[in-house]
Design a protein around this ligand. Structure first.
Ligand code: ADP
Length: 181
């Protein structure tokens, strides 16, 4: 599914974030930026050991923050590492989750990245309900693209068909209620 914001495009696809040819890919990291399970493990495996070597010099990452590195063996030139909130840990889950998308996009803009792919942050091991997370993710990205036309493409890469459907129906609702431009 596609949604346009001025001349920029927001895209939803089913797939694997490690295979994306966008300028940058984002993934849900742990605070050490170490290879682990889930999407972090997949990204580190596909990027090769050079990624972890570089990550050890980045000084970790706190919840809601984002760091950038090279893409190493990935097709993407850059990897953006962001730490999502563990659902239910604080009263500010929504703020931290929005911050992951916002900080990642700010880095993209600083590094002149025109196309970027996101997974669904925090909705795996970190337990964020996908409906709620999809609203925050899509609203934050749409807001950013409205203010930052230099980013041409944001692609959400949903790993499971169920997650794809949920993101699609959230985006559908947003497009039915979008203000006339
Ligand atoms: P978190 O700790 O942020 O919850 P997870 O790695 O457990 O991170 O999962 C985040 C989301 O990423 C989940 O929806 C999971 O299905 C998805 N995911 C796992 N592997 C991939 C992949 N290779 N590409 C895209 N998404 C993935």
């Amino acid at each position: 599914m596609e949604y346009t914001i001025n001349r920029s495009k927001l895209e939803l696809i089913r797939g694997d974030i490690t295979q994306q040819e966008t300028d940058a890919i984002v993934y849900s990291a742990n605070s050490d930026l170490a290879p682990g399970g889930g999407v972090a493990g997949a990204v580190h495996r596909a990027a090769g050991p050079g990624l972890w070597e570089e990550c050890q010099r980045l000084n970790g990452c706190t919840t809601g923050e984002a760091k950038i590195s090279a893409g190493h063996n990935l097709k993407a030139k850059y990897v953006i590492h962001t730490v999502g909130p563990i659902y239910g840990n604080t009263n500010n889950d929504a703020m931290f989750l929005a911050s992951c998308y916002e900080q990642s996009l700010r880095l993209a803009s600083q590094y002149k990245i025109e196309s970027i792919a996101f997974p669904s942050i925090s909705t795996g091991i970190f337990g964020y309900p996908v409906e709620e997370a999809s609203e925050i993710a899509l609203r934050t990205v749409i807001g950013f693209l409205t203010r930052h036309p230099e980013i041409k493409l944001v692609r959400f890469v949903l790993f499971s068909p169920g997650d794809y459907k949920i993101y699609e129906s959230t985006l559908q609702e947003f497009s039915e209620h979008r203000p006339d431009t």
